[in-house]
Design a protein around this ligand. Structure first.
Ligand code: FE
Length: 348
């Protein structure tokens, strides 16, 4: 089966089409930056129903706040939830919807990476600071508005990190055990567009930003169906460090590919991606490392102190080996092997 539930509106200015959404009462989740740049006001201008606002949603959501948001949804008796902001804002709205259940979700992403605007997954931090996902079909947004004016406001670091998250989605979906010809189409096309536009997007090029915005959504469609694998299992656990999801995937992805390459099927699939990018077999890892260098992604050592890293290494290796996402990865990695991958990513 290949599914796609979300109706996708795209193009600069498409926010004005929010007036076609019907509902009785909306609750709107917004990030600070979307308020600051006036896009929240634009949403309010265009929606044709009463609303309540939850502003200032923070990045990398944890479980604690969700309870309060569910209370607000209950009190307002909302039938529409609008989330405008980065993946964290959309995931916070989804986690609230998970408990509340009775509303349609409209996602308006302001970054180009998570793909959350088309998937049923929400990633949250638990009490230990490690991440886990909840996944349900009713969390898949009804509408995604890809207004390319929004990601133009990202700083270059955010553009780099979120863009590498999207690239990781494309690659992991393509080598997933659940990949199909249909998810492949989205995975390959998004990988190509990201490879050819991420650097320019990081430099602030407006048309590259627009292409990245659509490509990250395409990668989202790929992972909605084929899911992600070892790199995400590892980055979710390393979320304990406080580093952002996109950055962690960016740091880890080439080491995960290197590890998965020992499997014949995985190697063939990576080579197919390489060929689509006009690279030769076995050149994918090098190409990713070059891209990482160009956009300023360093090795783990440059972001986490050695003592802190060593203190968490056993725990996160064990947790990653047990992660649900491992079942989509082409190779089953043991705790010891995962520990080695973390170490390679740390020391380079
Ligand atoms: Fe991701």
């Amino acid at each position: 089966m290949f599914k796609l539930k979300t109706k996708i509106l795209f193009g600069k200015g498409c926010l004005s089409k929010l007036d076609a959404i019907e509902g009785k009462k909306a609750v709107i989740f917004s990030s600070n930056s979307m308020e600051k740049y006036g896009f929240l006001d634009e949403v309010l201008e265009h929606i044709k129903m009463p609303y309540a606002l939850i502003k200032n949603i923070k990045p990398e959501p944890d479980e604690k706040n969700i309870e309060n948001y569910v209370k607000i949804l209950d009190k307002e008796n909302a039938d529409i939830i609008i989330a405008i902001g980065g993946g964290s804002v959309i995931d916070t709205a989804k986690a609230s919807l998970y408990h509340y259940k009775n509303a349609k979700l409209i996602a308006i992403p302001s970054t180009s990476g998570s793909g959350s605007e088309v998937t049923g997954a929400s990633v949250l931090k638990n009490e230990y600071g490690i991440k886990y996902s909840i996944v349900a079909d009713y969390l898949i947004p009804e509408y995604a508005f890809l207004d390319a004016r929004l990601p133009e406001k990202m700083n270059s670091r955010l553009a780099a990190n979120t863009g590498m998250d999207a690239l990781t989605h494309a690659i992991e979906a393509y080598v997933s055990k659940f990949a199909s010809p249909f998810s492949d189409a989205f995975a390959i096309m998004s990988a190509k567009k990201i490879f050819h536009n991420l650097y320019d997007s990081v430099k602030g090029n407006s048309s590259a930003r627009e292409i990245m915005h659509y490509a990250s959504c395409m990668a989202g469609i790929a992972i909605l169906n084929a899911r992600v694998g070892l790199c995400h299992a590892m980055s979710h656990k390393l979320g304990m460090s406080g580093l952002s999801h996109g950055l962690l995937n960016a740091i880890l992805i080439d080491y995960v590919i290197e590890y998965n390459m020992k499997d014949e099927y995985a190697r063939k699939r990576y080579d197919e991606i390489a060929n689509e990018l006009h690279l030769k077999n076995d050149e994918l890892i090098e190409a990713i490392r070059e891209l990482k260098k160009k956009i300023g992604i360093k090795k783990l050592e440059d972001y986490i102190r050695e003592e802190e890293f060593n203190n968490m290494l056993e725990f996160i290796s064990k947790e990653a080996a047990l992660d649900n996402l491992m079942k989509f990865n082409p190779v089953k990695a043991s705790k010891e092997e995962i520990k080695e991958i973390y170490e390679k990513a740390y020391y380079g």
